[in-house]
Design a binder for this molecule. Structure first.
Ligand code: SF4
Length: 271
């Protein structure tokens, strides 16, 4: 039995060699691009906001910002990469600040929907015995019985509606929601593009979800029967934590560079 996640499947499609290093050889890299660092701290701040709300505490805007900036200072380290030549860490820190301020002003006092779950840690059963990791940023419901699978994005570009209508990640999560909350009238998929202060949504029919689950199961069959793990050199390599040990970039001899060490825990299912 294997455990799969959206990021695991995406990594396989992006670069099979990276997939091998990360998920088969289980080599851990501490190198992280600043976009991911900032995104994860913004996610943590919103997780705190909603988890505190669940226990009756409404964070003020200042408390939320203080949390984000304190975590930025505490977690900052030399393995964080700023790839874009024109960028600097302060610029990204400010994108996070602006995103949180705009979100706070737009949704305060955060009572539009009932909170069902925050940063879920669940697994969806697949028909071949594998599991699919379900990590929903926020699961919520309205008074009419509609459920919302809500995702925060800190991307520097918006996605087109057609892309969101084909998105695998939230649609797979919605299968788990439908199975576990059969009373849900409808399950809507919602993306908050925080840097743009924009919210987009999409939905799937029951047939769409049956087809999607089969596609994911087929993709897993392809992964499990894969014997060749070639590199896929692209502009995404600049954001890859394995670049310092990838033979496409450092010659044929594999090296273990700064920030790279053998993983001691099983897998990395971050989404
Ligand atoms: S640096 Fe590029 S080619 Fe090498 S493992 Fe990473 S994504 Fe693949």
């Amino acid at each position: 039995m294997g455990i799969y996640s959206n990021s695991k499947l995406s990594t396989f499609d992006q670069c099979k060699y990276k997939f091998r290093l990360q998920y088969i050889e289980r080599i851990r890299t501490d190198i992280q691009c600043i976009e991911a660092f900032m995104g994860s701290l913004v996610h943590d701040a919103l997780e705190k906001l909603y988890k505190d709300l669940q226990s009756g505490k409404l964070n003020s805007k200042d408390e939320l910002l203080e949390y984000y900036l304190r975590r930025w200072k505490e977690d900052w380290n030399d393995n964080i990469l700023v790839v874009k030549e024109y960028a600097n860490p302060e610029m990204y820190q400010n994108i996070g600040v602006e995103s949180l301020l705009n979100y706070y002003d737009k949704y305060h006092p955060f009572d539009q929907l009932k909170i069902i779950g925050v940063e879920t840690n669940e697994k969806l059963d697949l028909s071949n015995g594998d599991k699919y990791y379900v990590k929903i940023d926020r699961l919520a419901a309205d008074d009419l019985g509609n459920y919302y699978v809500i995702d925060y994005k800190t991307n520097s570009s918006l996605k087109r509606q057609e892309e969101l209508d084909r998105d695998r990640q939230l649609a797979m999560y919605s299968i788990w929601v439908r199975e576990n909350y059969p009373e849900a009238k409808d399950v809507k998929l919602v993306w908050n593009f925080l840097a743009f202060n924009e919210e987009f949504s999409s939905s799937r029919t029951a047939d769409d979800l049956v087809r999607l689950k089969l596609e994911v199961e087929d993709k897993i069959k392809e992964i499990e029967s894969c014997n060749e793990f070639p590199t896929n050199k692209s502009k995404l390599c600049d954001y890859c934590g394995y670049k310092s040990m990838c033979h496409e970039w450092v010659g044929k001899k594999k090296i273990v560079g700064k920030g790279v060490k053998k993983q001691t825990i099983l897998g990395d299912f971050s989404s």
